[in-house]
Design a protein around this ligand. Structure first.
Ligand code: AMP
Length: 283
């Protein structure tokens, strides 16, 4: 498995693959890979001939107080996991390669970037959409896979791809969880043993809301009250947001339906975790 650091070399490889009639699949990541990433890669392997994973901890999507400096990194381990999942090539540019001196161009998706993580992390999605556009231009994929763990990110990228007529098919993939329900995340590595236990309040709150939805509760205030009670009972949990929104537009809803997104961001100690579900989904 090759590791490419240069954008122009990546473009040359992709152009050659396209000339040879190969379908190029991209799985963009920030590294410190886990089974959630591997599930995207395995699906990508099925869907194309050249499977590229990018590993880039993108500085422009982190805010001032965020964890850019301490974000976990382990390229050697990532390479082993990616190779086992069938990846052909890792694209791992440096920050200087992606944002050279004089850089000043941004991709900004307006409305759908504003609520939820956009409200608690101003500028975050501008960094995401800019880097994803640049990764698309470097890797020239026919198809790119993203996890529904970052539900808003997927929605923002779908919007951007449609609005800018980018010739890339966007595929959303299910959330991969630990056996006890915790959504897999590179940031779970920050959690102490005690915090790891507390972190289960996110999936517990989502499951509880879905169960009450199944039993007939439709008032969003009522569903959210249950979420607040479960997370509020956790001394280490501080809610950043807990909201119900339309899964397509991310606009607020007051009456829940099958396609209502319940999205959570919760701080467990100093670690900010996100998770979500659609109220009508089975499991
Ligand atoms: P990240 O490295 O955290 O930027 O994630 C890279 C990609 O993997 C994104 O599309 C994420 O949504 C996806 N991803 C991260 N965690 C999970 C998970 N637990 N299940 C499914 N996809 C995930």
């Amino acid at each position: 498995m090759k590791i490419i650091n240069s954008i122009s070399e990546m473009q040359q490889i992709s152009q050659a693959a396209r000339r040879a009639g190969e379908r190029i699949v991209l799985v963009p990541t920030m590294g410190f890979l886990h089974e959630g990433h591997a599930s995207l890669m395995r699906e990508g392997r099925r869907r194309g001939e050249l499977l590229v994973t990018s590993i880039f901890v993108n500085p422009t999507q982190f805010g001032a107080g965020d964890d850019f400096d301490c974000y976990p990194r382990d390229l050697e381990r990532d390479c082993a996991l990616a190779a086992a999942a069938g990846v052909d090539l890792i694209f791992a540019p440096t920050a200087g390669e992606m944002y050279p001196v004089g850089y000043q161009t941004w991709v900004d998706v307006e409305k759908i970037s504003l609520p939820l993580c956009g409200a608690s992390r101003p500028g975050h999605f501008r960094g995401v959409t800019t880097v994803v556009t640049k990764l698309f231009n470097a890797v020239l994929p026919h198809l790119a896979l993203f996890g529904r763990k970052d539900f808003q990110q997927l929605a923002v990228i779908r919007r951007m791809t449609a609005d800018l007529n980018l010739p890339v098919e966007i595929v959303g993939m299910p959330i991969v969880r630990e056996a006890d329900g915790l959504a897999m995340s590179s940031r779970n590595a920050y959690l102490s043993v005690e915090e790891r236990r507390s972190a289960l309040c996110l999936s517990r709150a989502l499951n509880d809301a879905r169960q009450r939805y199944r039993q007939g509760t439709r008032a969003v205030t009522e569903l959210l009250a249950g979420v607040l009670a479960i997370i509020g009972a956790e001394p280490k949990g501080v809610i950043d947001y807990a909201e119900c929104r339309d899964a397509e537009t991310l606009e607020e809803v007051t009456t829940a339906g099958d396609d209502t997104l319940l999205a959570l961001a919760v701080r467990i100690g100093t670690t900010r975790l996100i998770d979500n579900c659609l109220l009508g989904e089975e499991n």
